[in-house]
Design a protein around this ligand. Structure first.
Ligand code: NAD
Length: 363
């Protein structure tokens, strides 16, 4: 039986592209060949994902000059040094500007492969095949590519849109539970920042999502991609509303950086960060305590952290948050909630309320 398929378009003029969502897409040779028409293909994956899905992708691609690079697993691999062996392979194998790069993996591989594609011979075409929930709902869409620098996360990068995104929901079957939950943090993010109806739906379907029910996952990935596609189409380079996608991220990045990447997963740090944003918004009187509790409760039901690490403290938080890319003229700007499903980027918050939130104080 042919399963339900969904298609979301990212509307960016002549750089528009489709997001294909469905089950068994990796086996769909027609779709894969249409999305990756080049004769020379560089597949970038990692040592966890490649053994699971690389063979299927190669079969679907058929007769091509395919080179595959499999990097070690982990956020620490998202660095300039990991790109060099990929460029070597491309040059040694005579890859021209008409080649294509395919990212097969989670957000780490997608960000790095996208940046390889953005920079190889000043930019070649690429396709995202995201294999984590986080990558399907967030990182594979929108064209932000890049790597980390020892002095900061995602500090080196480029905007480079893919030609297509292929989200095969079947691959989520092998994703560890903790990674699925971490991906759900970004899912809740879309609901809180701008989709109240989705928030209502999530309230009733968290358990179905965590049980990986196919219909629930398909609905979630489609809904999040629609939300992200709309924001990216309106503000591709983050001059304005795209910054709303950073809900929970200023606090979350500080937690990740302070803890050393890998201790808290990105999604876990973002979850705590969103709860902090909700708490500060409630302290400001912008949302009610009931609304704050509803947001925190949903995040807790996903099995994600709802408060910052107790030993971090306001001073260290501020130190890390001072490096945030949203800051202007040294002013710390935060994404806060004017209501559930209504986020704003603002520097208009009470300093004492922020300190109390950073200290994790109960009100
Ligand atoms: P990840 O890429 O590290 O993947 C998480 C883990 O799951 C890894 O161990 C990976 O090997 C494994 N894995 C992946 N797919 C699997 C599968 N189908 N089955 C079994 N295991 C699988 O992490 P992530 O959460 O996908 O992405 C996080 C990264 O995404 C961060 O670097 C973050 O900065 C970036 N990000 C980028 C954007 C963007 O707009 N570009 C947005 C959000 C996050």
């Amino acid at each position: 039986m042919k399963h339900d398929r969904r298609l979301v378009e990212v509307a960016l003029g002549n750089r528009s592209y489709p997001i294909h969502i469905g089950r068994g897409l990796l086996q769909d040779a027609a779709l894969i060949r249409e999305s990756v028409p080049a004769r020379q293909v560089m597949i970038i994956s990692n040592e966890t994902v490649a053994p699971l899905y690389l063979a299927a992708l190669k079969t679907a691609l058929g007769e091509r000059r395919i080179t595959a690079v499999s990097l070690p697993d982990g956020e620490q691999e998202k660095c300039l040094e990991s790109m060099l062996p990929v460029f070597d392979e491309m040059l040694v194998n005579g890859f021209g500007r008409d080649c294509q790069v395919v990212a097969l993996g989670g957000g780490v591989i997608g960000d790095l492969a996208g940046f390889v594609a953005a920079t190889y011979q000043r930019g070649v075409n690429f396709v995202q095949i995201p294999t984590t929930l986080l990558a399907m709902v967030d990182s594979s869409v929108g064209g932000k590519t890049g790597v980390n620098h020892p002095r900061g996360k995602n500090m080196i990068g480029a905007f480079h849109q893919p030609r297509a995104v292929i989200a095969d929901l079947e691959v989520l079957g092998t994703l560890p539970d903790r990674e699925l939950r971490a991906g759900m943090a970004e899912v809740v993010k879309y609901a809180l920042l701008g989709d109240r109806e989705f928030l209502d739906w999530l309230d009733g379907h968290v358990d179905a999502a965590l049980a990986r029910e196919p219909d629930a996952l398909a609905f979630i990935v489609e809904r999040c991609c629609r939300n992200k596609a709309a924001i990216v189409a309106a503000d591709e380079r983050e001059a304005g509303q795209r910054a709303l996608l950073n809900l929970g991220h200023t606090f979350g990045h500080a937690i990740e950086a302070a803890r050393g990447y890998g201790d808290w997963l990105h999604g876990e740090a973002i979850a705590a960060g969103m709860c902090m944003a909700a708490c500060l918004s409630a302290r400001q009187g912008w949302i009610s305590r009931e609304e704050r509790d509803r947001a925190v409760d949903l995040i807790g039901r996903v099995g994600l952290p709802t408060s910052p690490p107790t030993d971090l403290g306001a001073e260290r938080f501020r130190e890390f948050m001072a490096r945030d890319k949203k800051n202007r003229d040294g002013e710390l700007r935060l994404v806060l909630l004017r209501g559930l499903g209504d986020a704003v980027v603002t520097a208009d918050y009470d300093e004492a309320a922020l300190t109390a939130t950073l200290e994790g104080e109960a009100d």
